[in-house]
Write a protein that binds this ligand. Structure first.
Ligand code: SF4
Length: 254
């Protein structure tokens, strides 16, 4: 039995208990697998909260981030700030140049506005992530239930069926996906960031909430949902980039 199994999650409404629940889940994730077989996917504010919590626990975590080649300058600065602030190595994953060349040659640099984001995200994000996950037994994300309609059912721990087939080494064992912040609210995240002086992307001070690639992210207005600024020309139920497409399946089936 893991430490988390000893906690009744349905009776954990308070902020402090959510924090403790997250600590327990991080401990489980980082001590249950061989070194190098679990890693944290880093891109946004939530992920830095996780790095901060891991270091406060005295643990180490491998961190990777997807560099699509289309990120904001501020995001690159943010990644380096986190690397230096925490002395945390961050592995950057890049798309296959041949895949990008073919896409751009045939469809140009902005095909996502016309054809939807799936094809470009497939080349620039999903393929490099698939290669990375093929070398892992588990990964940790900063997803939260209140981020969007597609994320309302995110559990703390799940089997990742989307990328499970990526590794001959792992078969038949499952790929586990930990979402230690799934029950945190946006306010929880930003309270933690302020209280612990956690570094964050400078774009947040310009009205950006959920931040992805530069051409596919815009700031949001008052009362807009936080992921409204992502692929704003598409329906809300399609606002996943393939990294967490299992969320879309869950919404469609709900
Ligand atoms: S977010 Fe936009 S630019 Fe980035 S990979 Fe997806 S479609 Fe391409």
């Amino acid at each position: 039995m893991t430490p988390l199994d000893q906690v009744n999650l349905s009776e954990l409404p308070s902020k402090n208990t959510r924090l403790e629940q997250t600590r327990l889940l991080l401990q489980e994730a980082l001590t249950s697998f061989e070194p190098g077989r679990v890693a944290l996917s880093f891109s946004g504010a939530e992920d830095v909260v996780l790095i901060d919590l891991v270091q406060a626990l005295g643990l180490k975590v491998d961190v990777f981030s997807l560099d699509t080649g289309r990120l904001h300058e501020e995001t690159y600065q943010f990644i380096d700030t986190v690397r230096e602030h925490y002395r945390q190595p961050i592995e950057m994953l890049y798309p296959d140049p041949a895949g990008v060349q073919t896409l751009v040659k045939e469809k140009g640099l902005f095909s996502f506005y016309r054809d939807g984001h799936g094809e470009c995200c497939g080349v620039r994000k999903v393929a490099p992530l698939r290669s990375k996950l093929a070398k892992l037994d588990a990964w940790i994300t900063g997803q939260r239930q209140d981020q969007s309609i597609t994320r309302g059912n995110i559990p703390l721990r799940e089997e990742d069926t989307n990328f499970a087939g990526s590794s001959a080494e792992r078969q038949p064992s499952a790929l586990i996906k930990f979402n230690p912040l799934s029950e945190w609210t946006s306010a929880d995240i930003w309270n933690y960031i302020r209280e612990h002086e956690v570094p964050y992307n400078a774009l947040h001070d310009q009205g950006f909430v959920s931040i992805g690639c530069q051409p596919c992210t815009r700031s949001v207005g008052p009362f807009e949902h936080e992921r409204a600024g992502r692929w704003w020309w598409e329906e809300a139920t399609k606002k996943e980039c393939g990294l967490h497409s299992q969320n879309i399946i869950n919404v469609v089936q709900a």
